[in-house]
Design a protein around this ligand. Structure first.
Ligand SMILES: [Zn+2]
Ligand SMILES: [Zn+2]
Length: 655
């Protein structure tokens, strides 16, 4: 029998008989590896280290190759695992509902789905039965077996079975004469694979919901029912996921926005347009005050600007937005036979301010900052609370500078971005640098030197500031490289926030110049930067991050004063007046309600402090302090409470 050479990831070479399977090799390496193994990656000897194809552990190896045995530690294995869970779902559904027609069943971010055509909708009770059947089939540890059939036979098989969608897939996707199939119990699927060897290890899963989806996602095609499932290696991971999902629901800013009376979206006014109610408006004012103060403190003196909401359409032709940004813009408005455009961006406005007079190198860097409201067309289907809207206010700035200034300007932007994270209570973040695709310089505005200098400056600034970052090759937009900062919220979700972006497109389009030290004209560099992105979106993120319980410095009401009975309303009023005089936002609950009910309402409104006052407190000049999450803090002299609250607010403590 001839033998083949199998090279393992550590460089070791095994001499094995032709036809040996990865499972057998795993067993040879260690019995532990064999029990952990899910799938194998096989690469021809000449291929790069990351290349190779995933194959079943039971697939015989016919040639010399490099082989990696993948276990749950490998991210690629999880997709295979979840794909096998999708097959398990289909197998269970076929047992219970033998007449369904099958669509597709891929792995997804948190698990899997499979599509079925069935007249009646799947009910929650059906899902329970299906899940129970999946557990039964998993416990039987059914093998996932691969079979090859000639294409004609495969089509015949599906035709006889009445699986029209599968016939369609075989017709379209089977490019080779032999077609691969996988069977799990009675379920047989046209599938490239690979799969895990058997169903026994699929234990930590839960069917989540059913939703309608057109076949191949195309309107007009038959509507299938997609059953979604969450699936992880371990129950602990699944529980963690389900817990986060619950938390996300509890924190949903759309629900909290109503409960806490922060904002609304009015159908009468149109979708994606935000109404800030007094309490939300107050939080916004506090956020904006902080931002404007920081802008001025950080050297943006006298450079806060305001620009019109509507400008001539011609301006957007010069900027190029009418071509590359057309589909995100509202339609033009005609006034006195000229077309005007609701602004989708603030950049051209700031450029016009720059261009309003001849600039010298001594005027640079010029940093123009604006809380600028823009309007963008988003399809109604993608609108989402405060996070995806049609009208929003960007905390926008544009920096015009000379090449020698870019590093310090970028460093200042990053420093400001981290101040945002700290101030608003975020501890974790991720930074990404989007670079151009070096193979296609023709896809980009600006010269190769411009790009190299800009990317170099971004990298060296991040390195000098010791900020870890991920380099995203080929991810830059056509007009310049950028840095993105994603914050990670209280339940581990990433949110794209700060952007620092070079622009090699707009300066030449608008003919921007400055007079250099040499007396001749040069083109300035231009950088767009936004810290929050938009006030609306950042507010939405804050609501979810804090679950509506804003820290004292941002809370619309900082203290609720609660007299234990009507008898003590006078003293309660004195307390709330003292708070107001000291500059705090206090509210007196003088309703004729039981104390317990008042406390409950203040808790539901997530007011940081409740000050309960009765006879004892009136006599001693104290307040009984209750904190929304720490509970009862006992009696304190009023002056002492005021001093402590002042400290908490001034330090912008985040909890
Ligand atoms: Zn499949
Ligand atoms: Zn801009």
């Amino acid at each position: 029998m001839s033998s083949i050479h199998i090279t393992l990831p550590d460089g070791k070479v095994l001499d094995v008989p032709r036809g040996t399977t990865p499972a057998e090799i795993a067993q040879k390496i260690s019995p532990h590896l064999a029990t952990e193994a899910l799938v194998a990656r096989v690469a021809a000897n000449g291929e790069g280290a990351s290349g190779g194809e995933l194959v079943d552990l039971g697939r015989p190896l016919e040639h010399d190759a490099r082989l990696a045995i993948l276990t749950p530690k490998d991210p690629q294995a999880l997709e295979v695992f979840r794909h096998s869970a999708a097959h398990l779902l289909a197998a269970a559904v076929l047992e219970l509902f033998p007449n369904v027609k099958l669509g597709i069943g891929p792995p997804i971010e948190y698990g899997f789905f499979y599509e079925f055509l069935r007249q009646e909708p799947f009910t929650p009770e059906d899902l329970e039965r299906i899940e129970a059947k999946m557990r039964e089939l998993a416990a039987r540890d059914l093998p996932n077996e691969r079979k090859l059939l000639p294409k004609a036979e495969a089509l015949e098989l599906y035709r006889k079975w009445g699986q029209g969608f599968k016939c369609e897939l075989v017709e379209e996707k089977a490019t080779e004469p032999m077609v691969s199939f996988y069977t799990t119990g009675k379920f047989i699927d046209f599938c490239r694979g690979p799969h895990i060897p058997s169903t026994g290890r699929i234990r930590a899963f839960k069917l989540m919901n059913v939703s309608g989806a057109y076949w191949k996602g195309q309107e007009g095609n038959p509507q299938l029912q997609r059953i979604y499932g969450a699936c992880f290696y371990t129950q602990a991971e699944l529980d963690d996921y389900l817990h986060k999902l619950e938390e996300a629901k509890r924190r949903d800013h759309r629900r909290l926005g109503i409960e806490l009376d922060l904002f609304s979206i009015q159908e009468e006014a149109g979708p994606g347009l935000i109404f800030w109610h007094p309490k939300g408006g107050l939080v916004r004012k506090l956020m904006e005050d902080w931002l404007r103060d920081e802008l001025l403190r950080r050297g943006y003196q006298f450079q806060l600007v305001f620009t019109p909401h509507v400008m001539r359409l011609d301006l957007w032709k010069i900027s190029g937005h009418t071509s590359f940004y057309r589909e995100n813009m509202f339609g033009a408005i005609e006034v006195e036979k000229a077309d005007y455009q609701l602004k989708p961006m603030n950049c051209p406005g700031h450029i016009l301010i720059y261009k309003s007079r001849l600039r010298s190198y001594r005027d640079l860097p010029m940093r123009l900052g604006e809380l600028g409201t823009v309007y963008r067309y988003e399809r109604s289907g993608v609108l989402h609370g405060l996070l995806r809207v049609r009208g929003f206010t960007q905390d926008d700035a544009h920096i015009f500078c000379i090449p020698e200034q870019i590093e310090s300007e970028i460093a200042a932007c990053m420093d400001f971005a981290f101040a945002v994270l700290r101030t608003f209570g975020f501890e974790k973040y991720e930074v990404e640098l989007s670079a151009r695709d070096p193979a296609h310089p023709e896809h980009y505005a600006g010269s190769v030197e411009d790009w190299q200098r800009a990317e170099g400056a971004l990298v060296s600034t991040l390195e000098r500031m010791k900020i870890p970052f991920k380099r995203m090759e080929g991810e830059a937009v056509f007009y310049g490289p950028k840095i993105d900062v994603k914050l990670i919220d209280a339940i581990g979700r990433p949110w794209q926030l700060t952007t620092v972006q070079f622009d090699f497109n707009l300066p030449p389009r608008f003919g921007l110049e400055y007079v250099g030290e040499d007396g001749s004209r040069h083109q300035p560099l231009m950088v767009h930067r936004a810290l929050w992105g938009s006030v609306e979106r950042f507010f939405g993120i804050l609501i979810e991050h804090y679950a509506g319980a804003f820290p004292a410095w941002l809370a619309p009401v900082q203290a609720e004063v609660l007299p234990v009975s009507e008898k003590f309303v006078d003293y309660a009023r004195k307390v709330s007046d003292a708070l107001a005089e000291a500059g705090f936002r206090a509210h007196l609950d003088d309703r004729n309600e039981k104390l317990q009910a008042k406390i409950r309402d203040a808790q539901l409104q997530k007011v940081p402090y409740m000050l309960v006052v009765g006879g004892k407190e009136a006599e001693a000049g104290t307040v009984a302090v209750r904190h929304r999450s720490k509970g009862d803090l006992g009696p304190q002299p009023l002056a002492e409470f005021l001093a402590a609250l002042r400290k908490e607010v001034e330090s912008r403590a985040s909890h």
